[in-house]
Ligand binder design. Structure first.
Ligand code: ADP
Ligand code: ADP
Ligand code: MG
Length: 507
């Protein structure tokens, strides 16, 4: 069995640190890479060795597959952990790593390829009896046919980019009259974000919840699931607050979803850590959305309720060891919640905010975990994802985890940039969240109406016009897309790249 003695982490920020911490616990030497903008970053200081791989833009540094592999050769690295974002779901990179005789801490390039394309993924799992949202099985080539299918499925429908990710390239169509316009937008968004204009149609599930299952598979065909994470609090189809377990799942449905997720993983011969995403309606019917073939941003909530270090397991699996955790050994203990702390202004449509962390004091204490990559005085580079930290609390019950989150948010001191912390506080205080009765419309339904015209966050109770306001704001929200710093050229080595934008959004 090839042991990993030296690991290069092809990432930055909190996730690079999080991976290196486990490596260090396992006695594995760590190598960081960094861009010129990250010279003083914490992950660079933490690593045993660190190498600058290029200028600030990701395409010239963190996405430089060739340069990263060259660092491995020079420093005698055995394995590469890609983290999330950047090269983590790039099948071509995974192949290059393999061909260079290195270990990729993740799934096979083949699995990445199949699951990286939503349509290919759906067809791969087709024989496994996985429930799916009604929709077109292949990319749309004929519009009039697509309109007929949409009418059959029943409006509203969703046009989605097959190569999509990060909530981009998705358009809701309310009726036949809107079809052409939304189609044009979806295609042009898909082309500019993913370099691939293939789109398909799905029934738009109203008031859905996003619930995903964490899986682990080894290279010997063993696959287990580590229960669910609820990620329904989203802005721009991107997660901001996550928790485990979900407040609505019943044991039978959890079991069925877990089984379905294991089957999805089996369908592509999956090994490593992965996440199978489902959308769940108010009847608790669940439908397969996609599989993310990497460590997910929100993985800590699963670690807290299962006691499993997912990065440690990923490393063992990459070394070829069989899983030692059996499904029946796993149980859910307690409740964990994560609030993503982004440098964004929640009162200004969650637009990224740049600046320096003039004050930065983390909360501490029992049941609080902060995964971050910053210190007081550091600036948030404009080139990358604007996430500062993940604030996680865990306790025996959901109520206590919420109470701890409120305490931790109040303790967190950040000045110099706007953050999503006040939004997190709003969610924790809100009856819909507290009672567990919420869906992916939480932000447009409850939060946007509270942000008054002066941009201040008001905390008064909902008004009777709330629904109208919500409808208008929902439409408005859907029209907004996160501005990107530029359309940095996608590296040649990744033809079907998801990484057009310099500033990435992670999930
Ligand atoms: P991405 O690759 O961008 O993550 P997903 O398919 O995972 O795309 O969808 C992202 C989010 O968009 C989901 O979490 C959900 O909020 C919303 N969404 C996706 N598909 C549907 C659908 N058919 N109906 C309603 N909402 C959907
Ligand atoms: P999720 O459903 O968890 O959001 P996705 O499949 O949407 O995962 O995205 C996969 C990864 O690619 C995530 O890390 C996401 O943030 C990143 N990503 C997707 N599209 C883009 C993009 N256009 N620019 C930057 N990062 C992206
Ligand atoms: Mg997704």
């Amino acid at each position: 069995m090839p042991a990993i003695n030296k690991l290069l982490v092809a990432n930055r920020g909190e996730i690079a640190l999080r991976i290196m911490r486990t490596a260090r616990e396992m006695g594995i030497q760590t190598v960081a890479i960094y861009s010129e903008a990250d010279r003083n970053a914490l992950h660079v200081r933490y690593a045993d060795e660190a190498v600058c791989v290029g200028p600030a833009p990701s395409a010239e540094s963190y996405l430089r597959a060739d340069a990263i592999i060259e660092v491995c050769r020079q420093l005698n690295v055995d394995a590469i952990h890609p983290g999330y974002g950047f090269l983590s779901e790039n099948a071509h990179f995974a192949r290059m790593v393999r061909e260079a005789g290195l270990i990729f801490v993740g799934p096979s390039p083949e699995a990445i390829e199949v699951m990286g394309d939503k349509l290919a993924a759906k067809s791969a799992v087709a024989t496994y009896n996985i429930p799916m949202v009604p929709g077109t099985p292949s990319a749309i080539t004929d519009r009039s046919e697509a309109k007929i299918i949409s009418a059959q499925i029943g409006y509203p429908i969703l046009i989605k980019a097959s190569a999509g990710g990060g909530g981009k390239g998705m358009r809701i169509v309310a009726n036949d009259a809107e079809f052409d316009e939304q189609m044009d937008r979806a295609v042009s968004e898909a082309v500019s974000a993913f370099g691939d204009g293939s789109v398909f149609i799905e029934k738009y599930v109203t008031s859905p919840r996003h619930i995903e299952i964490q899986v682990l598979g080894d290279q010997h065909g063993n696959i287990i699931h580590l229960f669910e994470r609820e990620c329904s609090v989203q802005r721009r189809h991107q997660k901001v607050v996550e928790e485990a377990p979900s407040s609505i799942l019943k044991p039978e449905i959890r079991e069925a979803m877990g089984q379905a997720a294991v089957n999805v993983a089996r369908a592509c011969g999956y090994y490593g850590a992965g996440t199978v995403e489902f959308i769940v309606n108010d009847q608790l019917d669940f439908y397969f959305l996609e599989m993310n073939t990497r460590l997910q941003v929100e993985h800590p909530v699963t670690e807290q309720i299962t006691g499993v270090d997912l990065v440690r397991q990923m490393i063992y699996i990459a070394e070829g060891r069989p899983l030692t955790i059996r499904q029946e050994d796993l149980q859910i203990k307690g409740h964990a919640i994560e609030v993503r702390v982004y440098a964004e202004d929640p009162t200004n449509n969650f637009l990224p905010d740049v600046g320096t962390l003039d004050t930065y004091v983390r909360p501490q204490g029992n049941g609080v975990r902060v995964d971050d990559g910053f210190e007081q005085g550091m600036s948030i580079p404009i080139y990358y994802d604007p996430m500062i930290a993940k604030l996680v609390t865990y306790a025996d019950t959901r109520t206590e985890a919420i109470q701890k989150m409120i305490r931790a948010i109040d303790e967190y001191q950040i000045s110099g940039v706007q953050t999503t912390l006040p939004f997190g506080r709003f969610v924790m205080d809100h009856d819909a969240f507290r009672s567990g009765q919420f869906d992916t419309g939480f932000v447009s339904k409850y939060f946007m109406p509270r942000v008054d015209s002066t941009g201040l966050l008001t905390t008064d109770q909902p008004t009777s016009t709330e629904n109208e306001v919500a409808a208008v704001l929902a439409a408005w929200l859907l029209d907004q897309t996160r501005p990107t710093t530029n359309g940095a050229p996608v590296q040649e080595t990744q033809p079907k790249s998801k990484w057009k934008a310099n500033r990435q959004s992670f999930s």
